[in-house]
Design a protein around this ligand. Sequence first.
Ligand SMILES: [Zn+2]
Ligand SMILES: [Zn+2]
Length: 132
Amino acid sequence: MYICLECNTVFENPKPLTETHGLTSPPYEVLYVCPACKGTNYKPQEIKYCHCCGARLNASRKRYCSTACENKGEKLRRQEQKRYKFLRESYIYKVVREVEEYNRRNNTRLSYGQYVALVMNVKKGKRKNVKG
Ligand SMILES: [Zn+2]
Ligand SMILES: [Zn+2]
C-alpha cells in the first residue's frame, strides 16, 4: 500500500507511466506514479487495524474503522483506565494502612517508601533463606 503525498490517495501499487521524452521508439523511461494525480511523491503506507474489531483501516482512520467501533473502543478503554486507577488506589490505600499499623505496633515512624523498601527486603531475605 502506498499513499500519495500530493493528493492523499491510497493505492495498492504505483501505476507505470511511460515517458517517451518525445522519442518515437524505445527505450522509453518508465515512471511509477500515483494513479490519481500521476505524481511521484508517494510513500509506502503502513497498514493499520481497528483497535476494536481488527478490521483493516483506510488511511484517514487512526485507531478505529468506524464511529461505532470508536465509541465502543473508547468506552472499553475508559473502563480499563478506571479499573486500573481503582486497583492502584486501593492498593496504595491498603499499604498506607499497613504502614500506620506497623508504626503503631513497632513504635516506628516509617514513611510509605521506607515501609515498602523494608517489606521488599524482608521478602528478598526470605527467598534467600529458602534457597540456602
Ligand atoms: Zn496523487
Ligand atoms: Zn472496527
